[in-house]
Write a protein that binds this ligand. Structure first.
Ligand code: NAD
Ligand code: AKB
Length: 311
């Protein structure tokens, strides 16, 4: 890797992945990109709308990019509000990146997938090839994205890789537009206000992962030996699985008083359509995945960092 392009770099993952890549690989140039023409972040930064192929091409050409971490997307709740735009960004945007990858002979494209590829017909603790019949536009775009990545690998020998991420818990950039956002919002509101109204029921259990584990997973998969990989874009990773009320109890134990209420909205049906745990045997076997953070450690770090930020 000499030059990495990160698309969607201003989002929840990109805002932490970009500096991590820059710190870990000091000889590699990491170009951040997103829609905002002038976000005031550390350079190099270029505005790139992934639905416009020519914008991707000009950055790839200008910086001689050889690797892309493609993060630009609309998440599940935002996708239900604007399914057409979700399709354009998540499918056509990826298609543009893959076409540029083919045209310019890029070495590697890393594309996160999601637990959203699964649907109500999926049994709990699914493995990679367990039935994927999602009921959200986001999930449908993610199944297409996985299949597109595999197709470009088979047809054009383009090295496309990806992980099905669970909900990510983090304290740098507050998530927006997702269903698992409640697992982050609860911390922010607990620290700021001592109370939070979840938009899901208290018994809602979903798989989650702490940001630093998710970033390690993306970087480790990107660096794995191709001959060790059984899948291109479909690797499950598993780390945490807790209900909303279990999270509230842990937060309350940590901060003293936390008034949690539960008023499910339309995101409940999205949450109900996803599995609560994933079988990640393949990622463990093929490229050595394992999570460092359990729920106690996550709660400690989240509360500590948010309290420090609030001072
Ligand atoms: P995010 O919504 O926080 O960030 C996405 C970024 O994409 C935003 O900064 C947005 O401005 C940008 N974007 C939107 N449309 C664009 C376009 N047309 N061109 C360029 N940029 C555009 O999302 P995230 O949480 O950082 O997710 C990154 C990737 O990881 C996505 O593929 C997402 O599906 C996947 N993922 C995230 C989670 C999670 O919990 N955060 C879980 C599973 C999978
Ligand atoms: C969402 O809730 O949409 C994302 C995801 C699990 O893909 N966080």
């Amino acid at each position: 890797m000499d030059t990495i392009l990160v698309t969607g770099a201003l989002g929840q993952i990109g805002s932490e992945l970009t500096p991590t890549l820059r710190n870990r690989y000091d000889k590699v140039e990491v170009v951040a990109s997103d829609l905002d023409p002038d976000p005031g972040v550390s350079p190099p930064y270029e505005p790139v709308d992934v639905t416009d192929r020519s914008q991707i091409e000009s950055v790839v050409e200008e910086y001689d990019v050889d690797t892309v971490f493609h993060l630009a997307a609309l998440l599940s709740a935002a996708g239900e509000q604007n399914p057409g735009r979700a399709f354009e960004v998540n499918v056509e945007g990826l298609h543009n990146v893959l076409e540029v990858g083919r045209e310019y002979g890029l070495n590697r494209i890393v594309v996160p997938s999601s637990i959203a590829v699964y649907g109500p017909a999926t049994p709990d603790n699914p493995s990679e090839r367990t039935i994927r019949t999602p009921t959200t536009m986001y999930g449908i775009t993610k199944v297409l994205a996985e299949n597109l990545g595999t197709y470009y690998h088979q047809q054009y020998d383009l090295d496309v890789r990806g992980i099905r991420l669970p909900g990510i818990v983090s304290h740098e950039t507050r998530p927006d537009g997702g269903t698992t956002d409640y697992a982050v919002d609860a911390f922010y509101e607990a620290v700021d206000e001592g109370e939070y109204t979840y938009f899901v029921r208290e018994d809602t259990r979903l798989p989650m992962v702490y940001m630093s584990d998710a970033i390690d997973a993306l970087i480790d998969l990107a660096g794995a030996d191709e001959s060790d990989l059984r899948f291109q874009c479909e690797y499950n990773i598993s780390a945490l699985s807790f209900t909303a009320s279990e999270l509230s109890d842990r937060i309350e134990e940590r901060i003293g008083r936390f008034d949690a209420r539960y008023e499910p909205d339309e995101r409940q049906s999205i949450a109900d359509s996803w599995p609560s745990t994933l079988d990640d045997t393949a990622a463990r076997t093929d490229w050595g995945w394992s999570a460092e953070y359990d729920l106690d450690r996550v709660v400690d770090e989240m509360v500590q960092n948010l309290q420090r930020g609030a001072e």
